[in-house]
Design a binder for this molecule. Sequence first.
Ligand code: NAP
Length: 370
Amino acid sequence: MVAGLKEQWCFAVRNAGWTPELKDDLLQVVSTLVKGSLLQPLFRALRVHQTASGHQASIDELTLDALTAGEVVVRTLWAGLNYKDSLAVTGAAKVVSGYPRVPGIELVGVVESSDVAGITPGEEVLVHGFQTGIEFDGGLAERVRVRAQHVMPIPAGLSAFETAVLGVPGFTVAMALERFEAHSLTPAAGPIVVNGAAGAVGISALAILARAGYQTVALTRRSSSIDTLKQLGASEVLVADVFLNQTRPLEKGRFAAAIDNVGGDTLSWMLRSLLDHGQLASVGNASGIGFSCNVLPFILRQATMFGIAANAPWPVRHRLWARLATDWKPDIGALMRHVHECALDDVPARAAAQIAGQSAGRTLVKFNSA
Ligand SMILES: NC(=O)c1ccc[n+]([C@@H]2O[C@H](COP(=O)([O-])OP(=O)(O)OC[C@H]3O[C@@H](n4cnc5c(N)ncnc54)[C@H](OP(=O)(O)O)[C@@H]3O)[C@@H](O)[C@H]2O)c1
């Protein structure tokens, strides 16, 4: 087939006076080549593989055919590197559902081609959740092929970059805040405590809650973070060594609500420190999945604890992104000071640092087209 095509091209080049029939034949040939994989441009993607010796991450050169199916091809501008992505990249936990897989649960990019009406080339879009980077190839690639029903236009009121800065961490905080308010939380009820405060969800929580009018208390392991967390809006910063010495069944009631990114002893302390009718949103497990507590916060203070999964149906997504673009839109400039851009090649090292608890702030993988 390829040899035949070459012959036709050579024949055409040798004969300046092309016949109409030959022109038609050549057009047909070129169109076949473009649709097939032979002339598909290569792009770079970080993929995880299962090998005989275990898990391996590598930067591979791919064509679109290598990706999971979808009607929309997106040229990636930024992909957030979330804790879950770092687990997938390092193999520290089994996150992806099959191999090889491009991890990356969120991305912002520009539509390059689309087989569906309503999503047009050139449009800036956001993709997160819906098993992106888990069951479907995700954002850690220069090109992403996605199902049309997973694609969302950049919310009105946010730029593509602002949307990338907020990403899954911002959406997660918005889910928790909406649930708190549905259970009658108002700023007058008292402060909201946030642990893992120097992490991506933590900084987003401090900035978004400040914008929404709440007082916040930040919990961190690092005394070096005190000033920066205050600049983000925390009215008080508590360092872990101090509060974790407290082990009473109920601590002094101080917080109207809590966002837990960490699990373990710090989750237990926050639960035991809730005010009457206090609420705790369990978001993450940066220190592990276990925790030990007792029933007194629930019985004596009528506390509520619930979980958040940042993978919501469309009405919730539209509603929360609209709020993140308006009355909950945080000071993006302040958040930006905690955003670290990196290249795709840096991802394995960044992911290892995040899993070791050595990273801080939000990491955005920036692609050449951004
Ligand atoms: N439920 C959902 O839908 C959802 C969405 C997003 C994220 N998450 C989860 O939420 C958690 C936080 O996500 P993230 O993106 O903020 O992660 P991150 O950027 O890595 O931040 C985690 C923070 O937790 C603290 N931390 C890390 N290791 C710790 C340890 N061993 N002991 C105590 N504290 C530790 C650190 O804060 P300090 O330095 O301030 O102590 C760190 O900055 C992760 O478990 C993630 O998977 C869940």
